[in-house]
Design a protein around this ligand. Structure first.
Ligand code: SF4
Length: 394
């Protein structure tokens, strides 16, 4: 492993645009970690000796009951509710469009501060419901099989905008508990995957803080084992993911030679397959019950030969792993075609016989362009010039 600093990645100029805060002057509670909320409550006039208790109360209202109006927080004194309303707000990204696929998949186009838009996808399955959330507007990287990769990075999402995606999906699914109603343990959103738009490890701190809020047992309480973060291979941040987030890890692997991976996942030019696998072997939370998921998009005539399958098995030897085979989901102008079903099955057989679970991912929501690698926010369609971006940032 050569260079440790995750500095400018394999793409042109990248600008992280500061978030244009809504001009209310109030602080959005959503996305603040407990220490940050405590600090903000004290700064707003909460007596220090009460602050910890107040954090607990507000936290429950916002993240357990899904309340958005301070006046409804009935276990708080009226004047304290007034203080909260004066200094704080509870703001989620705004749903611009909501599409429901014939297979039940839901895709939300949501607007965030600055008028930017990102996509969020909900995939209902038997006994579970997965929410695929975004971490950037556009992406830092340019993976050639990915629709998002054709969209320049506009900016990183804030913790509020990441947590907000889960909360707005719960609103849409009507999943907040009702006071006084019998306790219902079923979760419509039972799992989160950070596989939407963007490379989450190039927005590490915001993703970490957001997941801390999501995993907190007093509120949204999604267990860390129900959260999977997918990276294209930002090696220096991989171990940190285990230490500071603790969620499950998936890797956008997609090729078995550096020559092919350089083309499909250009970050490979910075940290190649050998360097990436070394970091995965050292992943602090690696166990048989917490395997790393290797994502492998099946591209016709590019990475789908029997030799590729055998090489893949050899490369990951010794790593507790499962392999997700993703039939390529085409998008307008895509330079690739999906491998044939027979080719995908033959590939899966080789891996399966080598002892790896190799589920073939069923494309979901294709009719609404919600399948893996199809996300792109129409409003940000064209790549912007630096001048345009700087004009917007100023
Ligand atoms: S696959 Fe992920 S990292 Fe690569 S361009 Fe798409 S969103 Fe970005």
């Amino acid at each position: 492993m050569t260079d440790q600093t995750p500095s400018a990645p394999i793409t042109q100029d990248v600008l992280t645009i500061p978030r244009k805060l809504p001009e209310t002057g109030r602080t959005n509670i959503v996305g603040l970690t407990r220490p940050q909320l405590q600090e903000a409550l004290i700064a707003a006039g909460t007596p220090e000796r009460q602050a910890r208790m107040r954090v607990g109360q507000v936290w429950q209202w916002v993240y357990h009951w899904g309340v958005r109006d301070f006046a409804a927080m009935t276990n708080l004194a009226k004047d304290y509710r007034a203080l909260l309303a004066e200094h704080f707000e509870i703001v989620l990204p705004e749903i611009v469009t909501r599409q429901i696929s014939q297979d039940g998949t839901r895709k939300y186009l949501v607007r965030i501060a600055g008028g930017h838009e990102v996509e969020v996808v909900y995939i209902p399955e038997e006994g579970r419901g997965t929410l695929c959330i975004s971490s950037q507007v556009g992406c830092t990287l340019t993976c050639s099989f990915c629709h998002t990769g054709t969209q320049k990075l506009v900016r990183n999402l804030t913790p509020a905008e990441i947590v907000g995606q889960l909360m707005l999906a719960r609103d849409d699914l009507g999943e907040w508990p009702v006071q006084g109603a019998p306790k219902d343990e079923t979760r419509l959103v039972s799992n989160i995957v950070l596989m939407g738009m963007g490379e989450p490890l190039y927005n590490f701190e915001n993703v970490r803080d957001a997941m801390k809020v999501v995993m907190d047992g007093e509120g949204l309480s999604l267990s860390r084992r129900r959260i999977t973060l997918s990276t294209s291979g930002v090696v220096p941040e991989i171990a940190r993911t285990a230490q500071e987030i603790g969620c499950l890890l998936a890797v956008s692997f997609h090729a078995t030679t550096d020559e092919v991976r350089d083309r499909l996942v250009p970050i490979n030019k910075r940290w190649n397959i050998a360097t990436l696998l070394e970091a995965l072997r050292d992943y602090p939370r690696l166990t048989n019950s917490e395997r790393i998921t290797f994502e492998y998009v099946m591209l016709d005539g590019v990475n789908d030969t029997d030799a590729d399958a055998r090489r893949l098995v050899k490369l990951i030897q010794g790593i507790p792993a499962k392999i997700n085979l993703i039939p390529f989901n085409e998008w307008p102008g895509a330079p690739y075609r999906r491998s044939s079903p027979e080719r995908i099955r033959a590939f899966a057989d080789i891996i399966y016989k080598a002892g790896y679970a190799s589920p073939i991912r069923t494309p979901r929501g294709e009719d609404i362009m919600a399948a893996c690698g199809q996300l792109k926010s129409a409003t940000e369609r064209g790549r912007k010039t630096r001048a345009q971006i700087e004009a917007e940032a100023s």
